[in-house]
Ligand binder design. Structure first.
Ligand code: SF4
Ligand code: SF4
Ligand code: SF4
Length: 326
């Protein structure tokens, strides 16, 4: 370890590993980052122990990038430890930022998750109906597991977060911009999302209508022949662009798939799903409540469509998620 380079930590909580992959995807850029900093924790890539971090002075780590949501005692313990040891905490990726895909689990219960995972799944062979417990004894040896919480939390529902890096995962250009801003001390005000201030629609080059074309129903992309030049909403396919922060390079749109909203919402918007609902409403045709309901009914999985990455952070579900309950 070198004393004159800023110390940096990477940590993953309730994460799919994609955010770690995104760091590796920096390719040669990763070597530049690695040369400029002293990595003191990165469980997915390097063999550090938690005790190495505990031994550091408080505030000794310049910046800790934490990806993944918070669902277990262990994740909460390390997040709190990193908060103590790091000058800056960056919530890295949708899961840490707004709850992400793991946050959809807040639409069900811990009991149902355990029942499905350990008892009812067709591939499970569990005649003794064992489910995880935090303490047990096996052949005279005490064993422990981290407690699994009743709710998924965003990182800032647990600890103070200095900056947010959006995306599922953040794109390499977004990561480089954030790391450069940190290393050069050119950071926005505390609490800011490091990224574009524009909506995805502002930079999307698809043809947008002057006036929305009204639809009697909505489609999934595979149900129609999607014109790659025309706005998805215009074609009756839900696209989260109006309610989503730009900066990803319109990756999904370029692949002829609608945006599902992973960069989160814009500054000043408190609820991405509500903002999206109001944008989509402009495309619904119908003279009566029944016709409107019929059109709305064709939006399959509304929670997953409007809140795919943000159930724990949303106004609708936030109250429960704010209560950090084990
Ligand atoms: S933000 Fe996306 S890529 Fe990153 S850990 Fe969460 S699910 Fe995986
Ligand atoms: S709604 Fe989607 S396809 Fe249409 S302009 Fe916005 S980002 Fe582009
Ligand atoms: S288009 Fe939307 S879902 Fe796709 S990467 Fe960009 S912000 Fe994320």
């Amino acid at each position: 370890m070198s004393d004159n380079k800023p110390k940096v930590a990477f940590y993953w909580c309730a994460s799919c590993g994609g955010c770690e992959e995104a760091v590796v995807d920096l390719n040669e850029g990763l070597l530049d980052v690695a040369a400029a900093v002293d990595i003191v924790l990165w469980p997915v890539a390097l063999d550090f122990k938690y005790s190495d971090v505990e031994a550091l002075r408080d505030g000794d780590i310049a910046v800790a990038f934490v990806n993944g949501a918070i669902r277990t005692d262990e994740q909460a313990h390390i997040a709190r430890l990193l908060r103590r040891k790091a000058g800056l905490i960056v919530a890295f990726g949708s899961c840490a930022h707004t709850g992400g895909i793991p946050g959809l689990a807040n639409l069900t219960t811990k009991e149902k998750i355990f029942e499905t995972s350990y008892l009812k799944s067709p591939t499970v062979d569990n005649p003794e109906k064992t489910i995880p417990v935090t303490k047990t004894t096996v052949d005279g040896v005490d064993a422990t597991l981290p407690g699994f919480w009743t709710q998924v939390h965003t990182l800032d529902q647990l600890i103070d977060v200095d900056y947010y890096l959006p995306g599922c995962p953040p794109m390499p250009n977004s990561i480089v911009d954030a790391v450069t801003a940190i290393l050069e001390g050119k950071l926005p005000p505390k609490g800011a999302v490091i990224g574009s201030k524009k909506a995805l629609c502002d930079t999307c080059t698809r043809t947008k209508p002057v006036k929305p074309t009204l639809h009697e129903r909505f489609y999934l992309p595979h149900e129609i022949d999607v014109d790659p030049e025309v706005c998805f909403l215009e074609q009756g396919v839900i696209c989260c662009g109006p309610a989503t922060r730009g900066g990803c390079g319109e990756k999904c749109i370029q692949g002829n798939m609608p945006c599902t909203g992973c960069y989160g919402t814009l500054d000043g918007v408190t609820d991405q799903g509500a903002k999206l609902v109001s944008a989509i409403a402009a495309y619904i045709d119908g003279d009566s409540a029944i016709e409107v309901k019929k059109a709305v009914a064709t939006i399959l999985d509304p929670a997953g469509t409007f809140y795919r990455y943000g159930v724990p952070a949303s106004q609708l579900f936030k109250k429960e998620a704010m209560e950090v309950t084990k």
